[in-house]
Ligand binder design. Structure first.
Ligand code: NAD
Ligand code: DAU
Length: 365
């Protein structure tokens, strides 16, 4: 009608089920993804020791966010969740993720990372196969994996690429490799539209302080020993967690199904360099000790089977999808140290109970 403009209602947000969204990377991903109005998120998480809903306090009442507590290996629960929420995609973070724990007790890793991923895939396949044609085509299952599936590099080896042969060395890496293969088979055999990302070591806010960087920041702040495994010369490629989350969003929206994408920071560092940097940053910002924090460094027994070097060739995602890390290690580590020093409540919360028990068992030998 002349003079009247049609008012269109905005399109329905695209619903994602994010598994493991209360963990370190999953919670960073949810916080970022909710900033985009075209997505809503259902977080399916079992809340193991590593899952912390405080990470998501700022969005707990958000109209486009819901939490479901549950195990990805519980097929009945996964089935109900899929039927109730009818997601357009699944972003699968849920896993047991700590290498040292996998050495002490591999069973949980096989249960969640292998059997859990299998259960999730089976229920996803059943749900997906009943979708209308257009929704079936648009559906995505994005599996979040690790560079550890490729094994260990020598000092002069080229970085891992998407075609590097799998050679996982720890029970954690083997369980992730198994899950990568099952995901691959579901795409190849059933045509499930999957995407797999393999990323290097992440650091940043909300990481549980059993991993190198948060453990060193907290111990340095508190004047406690800084346990460096072996000679401290093992090399990892470090990526700020928000860059990883951006990469996952890019792969989710533009990645080619059936493909795998390596994600990394082009940022190889020896562990001892990381620990020295943290000592200096904490010295600059926290209450002074009687001595420089570098004096807290204590070389301890090496991790059994410790991979010497990881490095990622991230050219494929850069060239094909236009992703690049925004943060340098220097800016990322400064932000991270500041975040831990400013979030006393979060630290108190995670450094009680189970965490203490783990530290006692692990570091008492
Ligand atoms: P995390 O240990 O911090 O979090 C794991 C989350 O999964 C927790 O919230 C936990 O409660 C949940 N979970 C565990 N078992 C579950 C189950 N059976 N059912 C439902 N939820 C369950 O892990 P993270 O560091 O955030 O890693 C997330 C994913 O990214 C993992 O798949 C990991 O292999 C992968 N990854 C991690 C890194 C890294 O540096 N942290 C690097 C590359 C890839
Ligand atoms: O490479 C990606 C992987 O990075 C992820 O798949 C894993 O989920 C994640 O935990 C991480 O594995 P790492 O074993 O590399 O991370 P972690 O922080 O446990 O150890 C980093 C390095 O620091 C490693 O060489 C072992 C060493 N280290 C670790 C701890 C906890 C120490 O020297 N002292 C420590 O106390």
């Amino acid at each position: 009608m002349p003079g009247l403009t049609a008012v269109r209602s905005p399109p329905m947000p695209k619903k994602l089920i994010v598994t493991g969204g209360a963990g370190f990377i999953g919670s960073n991903f949810i916080l970022k993804q909710l900033q985009d109005k075209s997505f809503s998120v259902v977080n399916l998480d079992k809340l193991t020791y590593a899952g912390n809903l405080h990470n998501l306090e700022s969005v707990s009442e958000h109209p486009r966010y819901q939490f479901v507590r549950g195990d990805i290996a519980d097929r009945e629960l996964v089935r109900r969740t899929l039927i109730e929420h009818r997601p357009a995609a699944i972003v699968h973070f849920a896993a047991e993720s700590h290498v040292d724990r996998s050495i002490r007790g591999p069973e949980d890793f096989i249960q969640t990372n292998v059997n859990g991923t299998f259960a999730l895939l089976e229920e996803t396949r059943a749900y997906w196969s009943e979708l209308p044609q257009a929704d079936r085509q648009a559906f995505r299952f994005l599996h979040v994996s690790t560079d550890e599936v490729f094994g260990s590099l020598g000092p002069d080896d080229p970085p891992f690429s998407e075609t590097t042969q799998y050679a996982p060395n720890s029970p954690y890496a083997a369980s992730k490799a198994a899950s990568d293969h099952i995901v691959r088979a579901y795409q190849h055999t059933y045509g499930l539209p999957t995407l797999t990302t393999n990323c290097s070591n992440n650091y940043g806010p909300f990481q549980f302080p059993e991993k190198l960087i948060p453990l060193m920041i907290l111990n340095a702040r508190n004047g406690k020993p800084l346990p460096v495994y072996g000679d401290g010369k093992n090399v990892r490629d470090w990526l700020f967690v928000e860059d990883h989350c951006d990469a996952i969003s890019v792969v989710l929206s533009r990645g080619r199904t059936g493909e795998t994408y390596n994600i990394g920071g082009w940022n190889e560092k020896q562990n001892i360099e990381i620990v020295n940097t943290i000592c200096d940053l904490v010295d600059e910002s926290a209450a002074p000790l009687q001595k420089p924090r570098r004096d807290l460094i204590t070389y301890v027994k090496d991790r059994p089977g410790h991979d010497r070097r990881y490095a990622m060739n991230a050219t494929k995602i850069e060239h094909e999808l236009g992703w690049k890390p925004k943060e340098t290690f220097e800016t990322g580590i400064q932000k991270t140290v500041r975040w831990y020093l400013e979030h006393e409540d979060w630290i108190k919360d995670v450094t009680s109970g189970t965490y203490r028990q783990w530290i006692e068992t692990h570091y008492s030998v």
